[in-house]
Design a protein around this ligand. Sequence first.
Ligand code: G4P
Length: 190
Amino acid sequence: MEELIARIRKDGKALNSDVLMVDSFLNHLVDPMLMKKIGDEFASHFAKCGITRVATIESSGIAPAVMAALALNVPLLIMKKASSSILSDDVCLTTQVHSFTKNTDYMLMCKRQFLTPGENVLFIDDFLANGEAGFGAARLIEEAGCHVAGIGIVIEKSFQDGAKKLEKAGYEVYSLAKIAKLDNGVIEFA
Ligand code: G4P
């Protein structure tokens, strides 16, 4: 997506070889007009997939995901990060996710009542690095008896292997910007 790539070139900052800072339009301060165009792009790409629900993980996935849900005219499910595992299995679906970027584990959860069997779900997230969040979300969606129709990513770090692993597992990954390399002050697109 040209406009997103131009914005990353203008306002993104490579902190080091791993982390791209985009907190002036995506992660902290949010540009709603850009989010609207991102949502429209996801909706247009997945228009023929019969999406019945968009899902994301709190918090930075919410802005692009709500715009995609609006454009597709379906509800948005926000998967929550729970600090403990004392969540009733009858009520909640849970799975453990490891973040390599942040070097932490967290429980991902959603209430069963909001993910009823048969939904066709588009999962959207802000970043794709190692794919752990994507796999965690897919586990919850499939455990609920639903189908992962696709994965929409705002910024894929293609030098990490998340996209390859998710595609190998059979998921369609559609990334709007692909970063080939980061270095202190350098951003190279794939
Ligand atoms: P993975 O799911 O692909 O394996 O990625 P990983 O766990 O390594 O990273 C997930 C968290 O780190 C996400 O935030 C994601 O947005 C953030 N992240 C990963 N790479 C970058 C990067 O280059 N720049 C920035 N700004 N963030 C990155 P989170 O823990 O879910 O927090 P939140 O911001 O959504 O609340």
